[in-house]
Design a protein around this ligand. Structure first.
Ligand SMILES: Nc1ncnc2c1ncn2[C@@H]1O[C@H](COP(=O)(O)OP(=O)(O)OP(=O)(O)O)[C@@H](O)[C@H]1O
Length: 752
């Protein structure tokens, strides 16, 4: 790859680990692989300022850049458009033997990077502001939980097959992270391989990848984008601090340049949204997060069947279950259109309180631009948000758009100049070399073992003891909560399900958790431990199960245990299902279920968790209307069939670890994102057998009234959408609605 070192300021050498004052014994023992000769010394922003843009470099010195967007000088944006985008290609370092130490000030330190504070939270870990102790240059260090990544990756295996595995997906020949040669870092190898190849001012620069062998974390060191994300996006609120016409144009031009560069090199980003567009101190836009990006090996090929990205930014052609192949370039352009709309108006063009309606709106509805007076902007938006991908504006057409170029007064940098820092095709060797491997399959088993140990935590108490003890505590256990609710209600009340109670219980504690996700997680983790004791197959039972013991032994020997981990594709939460159990559970599921009135009963007659498919529903096979309902977690899409018994109270819902974990995950997200509006227990999404959505509360009401009227809820065939919207459809959407949600999950909802 072309390097423009001659344009960069002189390098300040960074000491090798040996010379680093905080070198640990571990670092000395284990080799650091693939250290490169010229380490990064300056952020991309600084480099471009020094090399190509005198005005922004002086602005940097004057401290102008620490203020808001309005400080962006015209000369800076003009120079972006017209001068060469000097960037310096820096090799990405790979360090497999990093240690997390503590320095004299009590700050955590990873090699020369002193972790100063947390600046963000990603799906797989925190993002830290770090300072290089030698150069004093700041970086954003993104932490990844290996176990979370692995679970997600396994889930992707079920969902997508090997081609879709690993962050930053690519060709079918990508080695499986579970192959015998795998290392934990293989889980991000695709993303690293893509990032290593990119060299553009509007794309975040990756400097180093580090694995801390002895714990669950690995790290990616990125250039620090001082001004963070472009803007917050909310499903419910409008962001007031919208951008001026010039600022919108500047942001969009930079977006177009960055995406043109990617597309020209056959990389589809697939998750363009304001959250993934950060800004450096001088207002330079940086496209980040290549976790779901895809690189196509064949020139011009961009057809993909995959769905990824954030629902509110997804193109209409992706908003259909089982959509066929779509053009990845066109979907990126749609997302750019939604992003431009957000930047201009401070809100989303398509808004709905639930994902199914949102998808319908995106597919079928027009968007509005009330008060917009610039006809050029209106025309551009219509071409960006064109429902037919074949008619949608292309990047080449965008280059000449009257609004984007301000009628030719502010032209873009030429395509040749913009794309000349070529990306060479990622070869198999690149991919394998993206991160050097030292660990083998052992690591996989360690991760599984760790996960299992997590389930069988010694701190888990028996349900009775935990219930008794918790009465003394300042929060309610599920059982205590249930009792309390029943006391408060004169009429016999349908049994509150344990998963709801767990959520409810954590909600009780939620106000105290405020924005601190870590605290919230700690609190719910404790809750989870107790809850798991109630809902999981007991350890004793497991130990008696010869298949289970066999698996344990196999694992100890380092052999692959028989069975599989069942994972929620979105959250990556998994649990282990021994091989024999799988068979019997599936058989069990084909038999008509007894109505169970307690979690204990349901636990013995059913597997801890099974996604409900048509085949699973017992009565459907007999072509009878099934009596009962599905309980679905609106976040994960995990569903359970619960048979109804008209003469009795509605049965307690089976609860699995997956339910609990994902409920808690949803709760944590909600608590952290909207501490003032924690999820109520009734906000668990329940899909009744007439396929309308209702909350636990409305369902309970409907059962109560059906009992008093001795009439059962009208059963319709599952899968048939009534079309009527129940009041419960106005469920709180939760912050995740604008987060990532896979197409498959929506399909699952719609099929149900
Ligand atoms: N290079 C960076 N410079 C400054 N802040 C950053 C940088 N990268 C991430 N952040 C901050 O951290 C937050 C979380 O980023 P991150 O990309 O990890 O989250 P995410 O979108 O959930 O991605 P992922 O799915 O990959 O975990 C961002 O919103 C941003 O505020």
């Amino acid at each position: 790859m072309e390097s423009s070192d001659n344009t960069a300021p002189p390098s300040v050498p960074i000491p090798t680990p040996d010379a680093t004052t905080k070198t640990t014994a571990d670092q000395q023992q284990l080799p650091t692989v693939a250290l490169v000769e010229s380490p990064p010394v300056l952020t991309e922003t600084m480099l471009s300022s020094f090399s190509s843009d005198r005005s922004s470099s002086s602005a940097f010195g004057a401290g102008l850049l620490s203020t808001g967007f309005s400080t962006l000088s015209t000369s800076t944006s003009a120079s972006r458009r017209s001068s060469m985008q000097f960037t310096r290609h820096v090799e990405v370092k790979e360090t497999l033997d990093a240690s997390l130490t503590e320095n004299a000030e009590g700050d955590k330190q990873l090699k020369q990077y002193v972790l100063k504070r947390i600046i963000g939270q990603g799906a797989f870990g925190k993002v830290h502001l770090a300072e290089d102790e030698n150069t004093k240059i700041c970086y954003a260090v993104k932490e990844f939980s290996k176990s979370k990544l692995r679970k997600k990756d396994k889930a992707n295996l079920f969902k997508l097959g090997p081609r879709g595995r690993g962050r930053g997906r690519r060709g079918p020949e990508a080695p499986s992270p579970l192959s015998s040669e795998s290392s934990p870092l293989d889980l991000i190898r695709g993303e690293v391989a893509i990032l290593k190849k990119l060299n553009h001012i509007n794309i975040v620069k990756l400097y180093e990848v580090l694995d801390v062998a002895q714990d669950d974390s690995m790290y990616m060191v990125f250039e620090f984008c001082e001004r963070g994300a472009l803007m917050p996006v909310s499903l419910t609120e409008t962001y007031d601090n919208v951008f001026s016409d010039d600022e919108c144009r500047d942001v969009f031009q930079q977006m177009v340049l960055g995406i043109e560069y990617l597309h020209e090199h056959d990389i589809i980003h697939r998750d363009i949204k304001p959250d993934n567009l950060l800004r450096s101190q001088d207002g330079t836009l940086k496209i980040v997060d290549f976790g779901v990006s895809e690189m196509f090996n064949k020139k011009g090929d961009d057809l993909t069947k995959k769905s990824a990205g954030s629902p509110a930014f997804m193109a209409p052609e992706l908003c259909r279950p089982d959509h066929g192949e779509v053009s990845g370039r066109a979907t990126d352009i749609w997302s750019m259109g939604v992003t431009l709309y957000c930047v201009r108006y401070g809100r989303l063009p398509f808004i709905s309180s639930n994902i199914i309606d949102l998808n319908r709106f995106i597919r079928d509805n027009d968007f509005e631009m009330p008060g917009e007076r610039d006809q050029r902007f209106m025309n551009l938006m219509k071409r960006l948000l064109e429902k037919d991908p074949a008619k949608r504006i292309t990047i080449d057409e965008l280059r000449n758009d009257p609004w984007l170029t301000n009628d030719g007064r502010e032209p873009l940098l030429s395509k040749d100049e913009n794309t000349k820092n070529s990306v060479t095709e990622i070869t198999e060797e690149d991919l394998r070399g993206a991160i050097q491997k030292i660990n083998g399959l052992v690591t996989v088993f360690k991760a599984i073992a760790r996960f299992k140990r997590g389930i069988k935590s010694p701190s888990v108490k028996s349900s009775s003891s935990s219930t008794r003890e918790s009465k003394d505590k300042d929060f309610l256990t599920p059982v205590a909560l249930e009792e309390k609710m029943q006391d408060a209600d004169e009429s016999p009340r349908p049994s509150i399900t344990t998963s709801e109670a767990i959520v409810a219980e954590a909600v009780v504690k939620a106000p105290a958790t405020t924005h601190d996700r870590t605290k919230a997680e700690e609190i719910v983790a404790k809750e989870l431990d107790q809850a798991l004791a109630k809902v999981l197959i007991k350890d004793e039972e497991k130990k008696e199960d010869p298949e289970f013991s066999k698996n344990e032994e196999q694992e100890k020997k380092g052999e692959e245990p028989e069975g599989y981990e069942m994972c929620d594709m979105e959250t990556g939460k998994c649990y282990w299902v021994p091989a024999k159990k799988v068979k019997s559970d599936v058989e069990d599921n084909t038999k008509p279920e007894e109505t169970s009135t307690s979690v204990e009963e349901s636990k013995t007659s059913n597997p801890p968790s099974q996604e409900v498919t048509k085949e699973d529903k017992p009565e459907e096979a007999k072509k009878e209307e099934p009596q009962g309902y599905q309980v679905c977690d609106m976040e994960t899409g995990m569903c359970h069939w619960v048979p109804a018994n008209k003469d009795k109270d509605p049965p307690a819902v089976k609860v699995s670890e997956v339910d609990v974990v994902s409920s808690v995950e949803t709760l944590v997200t909600s608590v952290v994102a909207e501490p003032s509006k924690p999820l109520a227990p009734s906000q668990l999404l329940i899909m009744t057998n007439n396929s309308t959505f209702s909350t636990a509360e409305t369902l309970n009401e409907s059962f109560s009234s059906s009992r008093s009227n001795t009439a059962s809820p009208e059963p319709n065939h599952p899968g048939h959408h009534s079309g009527s919207s129940s009041p419960s459809q106005s469920l709180s959407p939760g912050p995740r609605l604008v987060g990532k949600l896979s197409r498959d999950r929506l399909a699952m909802f719609e099929r149900s």
